[in-house]
Write a protein that binds this ligand. Structure first.
Ligand SMILES: Cc1cc2nc3c(=O)[nH]c(=O)nc-3n(C[C@H](O)[C@H](O)[C@H](O)COP(=O)(O)OP(=O)(O)OC[C@H]3O[C@@H](n4cnc5c(N)ncnc54)[C@H](O)[C@@H]3O)c2cc1C
Length: 474
């Protein structure tokens, strides 16, 4: 419990406007995108690392749990205040501190929204590739804490691959700096890599240094509709044979297309289409244009029912409706908006859905898709699948309509995770473990390694105040 005395101390520390126990503020801080609920006792919005340090030191001295919080778009309950305490909202720490084209690095505060950062970087002719579908609202701090992935991982990797260094407030209030501002460094243990993906359980990031790469001159975006997933798979094999390395290769199944038709009928997807594939390639102007043409030709040769190629960079920023435009006049942003509409669209056909983000080796994608179909029949829960075909990371959505399906869900999830691990895969490709997957962790992480993770947590957070109850609670 936060006593009135301690609450007054927090208020004196950061000023009344940025500390609150008002019910409406506590309710807002009770949720994240996992749709679970846990209410903190206080919300604080610090402005600087020094303030974060003072808040955490006082919390540490009084054994009060602290939960770092970005945009709360996390899918696994990572921000939820399971044991009361303080929601530490980083949204006001939102300055881009440096973009340095010569050193090819940038430094940001944790509350910077990813898409805002990407746009700023692009004005320098540079590129920050990590691109979760939540980029328009999720924060850099949240992305680092979850090691967010997204649609460009096949070619460019995940958030971890771009973080060079961190400023972190540890659970006792101490401020530390990890990594360096250089593009290479192997000095000592790699603390940065330990902290990236730590889901707010080891400390609060207050500054993040990332590397940047040159902005590709040209991007080609294509969408194709097929009658089945096997055709899509054949196309992805053709890409590999041709040594074409797309920057995005996104697939959606029949249930996703049904949801999209229901949710946004203006998309007018060919009625016989059962699968959608979105392909994006980038690089130099001339070679990428040729590649776009080559891919278009191949998609049609492989029997795509409908193929749409976004025409050029100028139109990529326009959102034309398919029915308002000839197929040669559709922007990439519009094609992406079909892909990005799936998650809300699925709610238009099911009152509740549980989203998983398993990842399997690319060679096992067809096998896991078969297994998921079997689970659908065995547990009588409809499943919708979309995801990153290029890197084996599939978003498997269990659609819940009845209490019986709710009862069957746990068995279906456990079976999915067991089969994924059996195929050499992993429980989470990008959404993290949080609270929703922590009970399944032993399916993948052996007892010895789990113990080591718990010991590392205890070493950095002996009182267990930093985001308790997440990942691997003892
Ligand atoms: C529609 C939608 C689409 C999505 N698409 C993708 C996708 O394509 N790829 C993907 O990877 N994820 C995706 N996500 C999940 C989510 O957006 C990411 O996990 C994102 O990284 C969370 O960022 P956030 O700012 O919302 O963090 P929050 O949800 O606020 O927090 C997430 C975790 O990070 C911790 N945290 C936050 N800030 C800090 C900090 N400064 N220091 C230490 N810990 C911190 C929190 O304690 C929590 O454990 C999607 C979510 C939605 C709702």
């Amino acid at each position: 419990m936060i006593s009135q005395n301690i609450y007054q101390s927090f208020k004196a520390m950061v000023g009344p406007g940025r500390v609150s126990q008002a019910p409406e503020d506590l309710v807002v801080a009770s949720y994240d995108a996992s749709k679970n609920l846990a209410r903190p006792e206080m919300v604080v919005k610090p402005l600087t690392a020094t303030e974060v340090s003072r808040i955490i030191r006082l919390a540490y001295e009084n054994n009060i749990p602290v939960y770092p919080r970005g945009a709360a778009s996390g899918m696994t309950g990572g921000t939820l205040a399971l044991k009361g305490g303080i929601a530490l909202d980083t949204s006001l720490m939102n300055r881009i501190l440096e973009i340095n084209p010569e050193d090819m690095i940038a430094m940001v505060e944790p509350g910077v929204v990813v898409a805002d950062f990407q746009k700023q970087v692009e004005t320098h002719g540079l590129f920050y590739p990590p691109d979760p579908a939540s980029a328009e609202f999720s924060t850099m701090g949240g992305n680092v804490a979850e090691c967010a992935g997204g649609v460009r991982c096949i070619k460019y990797g995940v958030t971890r691959d771009y973080v060079l260094g961190l400023e972190v407030v540890l659970p006792n209030g101490e401020i530390i700096h990890t990594g360096s501002h250089t593009l290479k460094s192997v000095t000592g243990y790699d603390l940065t890599r330990l902290l990236v993906g730590s889901e707010g359980t080891l400390g609060v990031f207050t500054r993040i240094t990332v590397r940047l790469v040159p902005l590709p001159e040209k991007v080609e975006t294509l969408v194709a509709f097929f009658t089945n997933l096997h055709e899509v798979w054949q196309f992805s094999r053709w890409l590999a044979q041709e040594r074409i390395w797309p920057r995005a290769l996104e697939v959606m199944d029949e249930t996703c297309l049904r949801a999209i038709r229901n949710y946004q009928p203006e998309f007018e997807i060919t009625p016989s289409a059962r699968t959608m594939l979105l392909i994006e390639v980038d690089g130099g102007q001339a070679e990428t244009t040729l590649l776009g043409q080559k891919i278009h030709t191949q998609l049609e040769a492989m029997g795509a029912l409908q193929t749409i190629r976004a025409n050029d960079a100028a139109q990529a920023s326009r959102c034309l409706r398919i029915r308002d435009a000839p197929y040669h006049n559709i922007g990439a942003q519009y094609l992406w908006s079909i892909r990005k509409a799936i998650s809300p669209a699925l709610y238009s056909i099911a009152p509740k859905k549980i989203s998983e983000d398993i990842c399997v080796p690319r060679s096992k994608i067809l096998k896991i898709l078969e297994i998921i179909k079997e689970l659908e029949s065995k547990y009588l829960i409809p499943v919708a699948i979309f995801g990153h075909l290029g890197d084996g990371n599939l978003h498997v959505h269990f659609l819940i309509f009845t209490p019986r399906q709710e009862t069957n869900l746990d068995g279906a999830l456990e079976a999915l995770f067991r089969e994924t691990v059996r195929l050499g895969g992993t429980l989470s490709g990008e959404h993290g473990i949080g609270i929703t997957k922590s009970k399944y962790l032993p399916l993948e992480v052996r007892a010895g390694e789990l113990k080591l993770m718990q010991q590392l947590k205890t070493l950095l957070d002996p009182k267990g105040i930093m985001n308790p109850g997440k990942i691997c609670p003892e």
